[in-house]
Design a binder for this molecule. Structure first.
Ligand SMILES: *Cc1c(COP(=O)(O)O)cnc(C)c1O
Length: 345
């Protein structure tokens, strides 16, 4: 079979959740938006629920409705984008908790679904989602009378513990919420690691669960093994791939592997990327094609049937560095063409 194999280790996922949960004074939820960062909400979310996660976060009401079918009754499902036009039936039928981002969303929600639970998202400085301090000042008495399920905000720079923005946002969030009697949430993965001041009642880790930075102690969850289709000898002066961008300087052995930019291995990573043939680190050579990549296996000895792109030797963040991006984007870009295998109990 030529399709690359994406193995998703559910035990590693569970272990990452537990490691983060142990550092939290309050409750540890789980962010499973974008199909659990591309790894499959249908497998990821039930495993995290079994581990003890009771509050799940998604971006869209549609994702929330799908997640409710996966998880059944019980867990809370919060929707970051709040209550958008047309969402009321989904929110009602799937018993979702929209995190209301504006006065307009608040009005829409209470008119469409009076008495239906909601949360509040506040903007503490990121200027992306949530009510700003002035808006919140106008609404907070009405909102708090109706007992929001959760009041949250989001940190812009939590992956950099030394960034002054963290303390600034913490101060703003406290000013906006200190005298309110509702559960609070400020931290995603990075915020949990900033320590107890940032943790509040509920944490919202995403990337750390899936094995990515800034959670340096994360165990890898995604393993990607790509079949070698052909191996050929290339003489000095010969080129490999589109545009002749790589020219052999020595007698070389080149393996052609069965994945490319259509599988989320971005074209831009070509000049910086490596894969592993067994224990040997092998350079990607030439341009990344849609379905194929050339790899220099000259020094690898016996060429294995598959090479490792993600896994024990190489993290999502290493591959992300080669593409000038972040682990989040590598995970969510992994294409639909992989064979997927879930391991772990
Ligand atoms: C995506 C997201 C998270 C999860 O962030 P990670 O950095 O992946 O842990 C938490 N909160 C909000 C509002 C988000 O958009």
């Amino acid at each position: 079979m030529a399709a690359p194999l994406l193995t998703i280790d559910l035990d590693a996922l569970a272990s990452n959740w537990r490691t983060l949960a142990r550092q939290m004074a309050g409750e540890t939820g789980a962010v499973v938006k974008a199909d659990a960062y591309g790894l499959g909400a249908a497998q990821v979310a039930p495993r995290l629920a079994r581990e003890g996660a009771r509050t799940f976060f998604v971006a869209l009401a549609e994702e929330g409705a799908a997640l409710r079918r996966i998880l059944g009754e019980g867990p809370n499902i919060c929707v970051f984008n709040g209550h958008m036009e047309g969402d009321a039936p989904l929110i009602r039928d799937a018993r979702l908790v929209p995190m209301l981002n504006s006065i307009d969303q608040m009005v829409m929600h209470v008119e469409a679904l009076p008495g239906h639970p909601f949360g509040i998202q506040l903007d503490s400085g990121m200027n992306r989602l949530g009510m700003e301090p002035a808006e919140w000042a106008a609404l907070r008495d009405i909102a708090t009378q109706q007992a929001p399920e959760l009041i949250m905000s989001h940190l812009a720079c939590a992956d950099d513990p030394s960034h002054a923005m963290n303390a600034h946002q913490l101060r703003v969030f406290r000013e906006m919420t200190d005298d309110i009697d509702a559960p609070r949430s400020l931290s995603a993965t990075g915020g949990i690691l900033l320590g107890p001041d940032y943790q509040f009642d509920v944490a919202r880790p995403g990337i750390g669960l899936y094995g990515g930075l800034p959670f340096v102690d994360a165990v890898p969850v995604a393993h990607l093994d790509v079949p070698v289709i052909q191996v050929r000898d290339v003489a000095p002066g010969e080129s490999v791939g589109y545009g002749n961008t790589w020219i052999a300087e020595r007698p070389s052995r080149i393996a052609t592997i069965a994945a490319g930019y259509a599988d989320g291995l971005h074209r831009i990573m070509g000049p910086e990327a490596w894969v592993y043939a067994g224990e040997s680190r092998c350079k990607v050579v030439g341009r990344v094609s849609m379905d194929l990549i050339g790899v220099d296996v000259t020094d690898a000895g016996t060429v294995p049937d598959t090479v490792e792109v993600l896994g024990r030797h190489q993290s999502i963040d290493t591959v992300a560095d080669a593409a000038g991006t972040i682990g989040y984007e590598i995970l969510t870009a992994l294409g639909p063409r992989y064979r997927r295998r879930y391991v772990g109990s």
